[in-house]
Ligand binder design. Structure first.
Ligand SMILES: *[C@@H]1O[C@H](CO)[C@@H](O)[C@H](O)[C@H]1NC(C)=O
Ligand SMILES: *[C@@H]1O[C@H](CO)[C@@H](O)[C@H](O)[C@H]1NC(C)=O
Ligand SMILES: *[C@@H]1O[C@H](CO)[C@@H](O)[C@H](O)[C@H]1NC(C)=O
Length: 453
């Protein structure tokens, strides 16, 4: 079981038990990345492998898993609520989850007097917040509820005790770079797609950390990943792009290296080709990580016709999941340039200013006819999506004014959004929330309406 070598050092049953408890205490198993999970630590049990699941920045994918006492398959894209038992079923290769023993849905806070689904207790937002809090201070989030916290406290020893117990066991945990070396070797030497993809799952977990992403460079892993974008196997392209996206994210050193190794062109070739939407989604993720805060790559992106490639999505069928990601990327790039003046006291300002000045993103957006494409997306039902679109419409008004003014549909949509958000914002105020989410959406809608008079 070389794949699980990171856990090889822990052998006795007791250690495994302690480890699982520790894992349950420490983490919210918030998985919106299945099956792109990362097996960080694993322990064998009845031929299955238990694992905890890390989350990935793919929040649009978030969908909730409803646990029961039985093991159930966690589907790709589902978020798993806190404190569940997770395992990888080796027979099926699927992730499964269930409520911990001795606990059924009714014990969960606030659930009894509502319906029987977890989604009533944990909204998507709460799940995200819960994860953020967990990572921050290792405390159970309020979203999980007092009863449940009490329950966990009684059931498990305090975390400090557990940490000490863990230290006393003198467990020799391998360093990240050792583990990464093994994973990269496995990826490089295997000829099986399944094995390569499983190595990529693991690698993706590690490269989120800035130091590990730089280890990826040192170990020659980045080049292997970029080469693998040339593969004819869509699964390999998809998962390589995913690791590249995570490694580049907010990591200028790796961004530059990947750019110089020709990753940008390859990503654009994949996005322009006839590929599955799952492949394009991860490739777009990699492209976004490449372009953010990297004006030189943005210039190149424009020269290579990248904007047109993204625009072609809006003519394709079944790529709707990409729309908001594209708009988000464009919005972020426009804002980057607009906010640059705030850096006029930093050393690199002049150079950056010159670079951003050569990117005619806004001009090209107008020329290519993006205005109606963007405003049309206000039809989308999700508030998160609408929020992005409203903000983008807002910054485009000075440039798209004529088109927006002539667009009857836009006017109708804005009016109906306004009504909807007036109601929701009033509810929000009534429940004592000042400056809430819907109030913000309402004021955005009103400002756009006013500016289009
Ligand atoms: C991958 O394997 C080849 C030989 O099969 C070797 O030459 C190369 O150095 C390896 N690359 C990495 C990054 O380990
Ligand atoms: C990958 O494909 C490109 C063409 O898309 C080609 O120029 C390049 O040589 C290929 N690289 C490898 C490592 O096969
Ligand atoms: C940056 O600020 C200085 C004054 O602090 C000003 O003279 C200069 O024009 C600004 N640069 C740009 C490009 O706006």
């Amino acid at each position: 079981m070389d794949f699980y070598s990171s856990f090889r050092c822990i052998s006795s049953h007791m250690k495994i038990t302690i480890f699982i408890i520790l894992t349950l205490c420490f983490y919210v198993g918030l998985s919106d990345r299945n099956p792109q999970y990362a097996l960080t630590e694993v322990a064998e049990d009845d031929g299955n492998v238990e694992a905890f699941v890390e989350n990935e920045q793919d929040p649009e994918d978030l969908e909730i898993f409803y646990p029961t006492q039985e093991w159930q398959v966690v589907k790709p894209g589902q978020a798993v609520p806190a404190g569940l038992h997770m395992r990888l079923n080796l027979q099926t290769g699927k992730n499964e989850a269930k409520l911990p023993d001795g606990q059924d849905g009714k014990d969960r806070p606030k659930q009894t007097h509502k319906s029987s689904t977890i989604s009533d207790v944990y909204s998507t937002k709460e799940l995200k917040e819960a994860l953020a809090k967990f990572k921050g201070d290792e405390k159970l989030s309020p979203a999980i509820g007092k009863d449940y916290q009490q329950d966990i406290k009684q059931r498990f020893r305090p975390i400090e005790d557990l940490k000490k117990a863990f230290d006393d066991l003198n467990i020799n945990v391998e360093t990240d770079i050792e583990i990464m070396t093994k994973i990269i070797n496995k990826f490089n030497s295997s000829s099986s797609t399944v094995e390569k993809v499983s190595a990529l799952y693991d690698l993706e977990y590690y490269v989120h950390q800035v130091d590990n992403a730089q280890n990826l460079l040192k170990l020659g892993g980045l080049q292997l990943l970029i080469n693998s974008l040339n593969s004819t196997d869509p699964l390999l392209i998809e998962h390589s792009a995913f690791v590249i996206g995570s490694a580049l994210s907010s990591n200028p050193k790796v961004q530059i290296e990947a750019f110089e190794a020709g990753a940008l062109q390859k990503l654009l070739v994949i996005l322009a080709a006839d590929q599955e939407v799952s492949v394009k989604k991860k490739t777009l993720y990699a492209l976004s990580s490449m372009l953010r805060q990297f004006p030189y790559a943005q210039q190149r992106f424009m020269k290579l016709g990248g904007l047109q490639i993204l625009k072609n999505f809006f003519k394709e069928k079944n790529v709707e999941p990409l729309y908001i990601r594209v708009i988000t990327l464009l919005y972020d790039m426009i804002m980057e340039k607009m906010l640059l003046h705030k850096e006029n006291n930093t050393g690199q300002y002049e150079q950056k200013y010159q670079q951003y000045n050569q990117i005619n993103l806004l001009e090209s957006i107008i020329e290519q006819g993006w205005c109606p494409i963007i405003s049309d997306l206000l039809k989308l039902p999700e508030n998160d999506a609408r929020e992005k679109v409203l903000k983008t419409v807002m910054i485009l008004i000075p440039h798209c004014r004529a088109e927006f003014l002539n667009d009857e549909n836009l006017r109708t949509i804005l009016n109906s959004l306004r009504k909807e958000y007036e109601g929701l914002a009033a509810d929000e105020l009534n429940s004592g929330e000042q400056d809430g989410y819907f109030s913000e959406l309402l004021s955005l809608t009103i400002s756009i309406n006013d500016k289009l008079k």
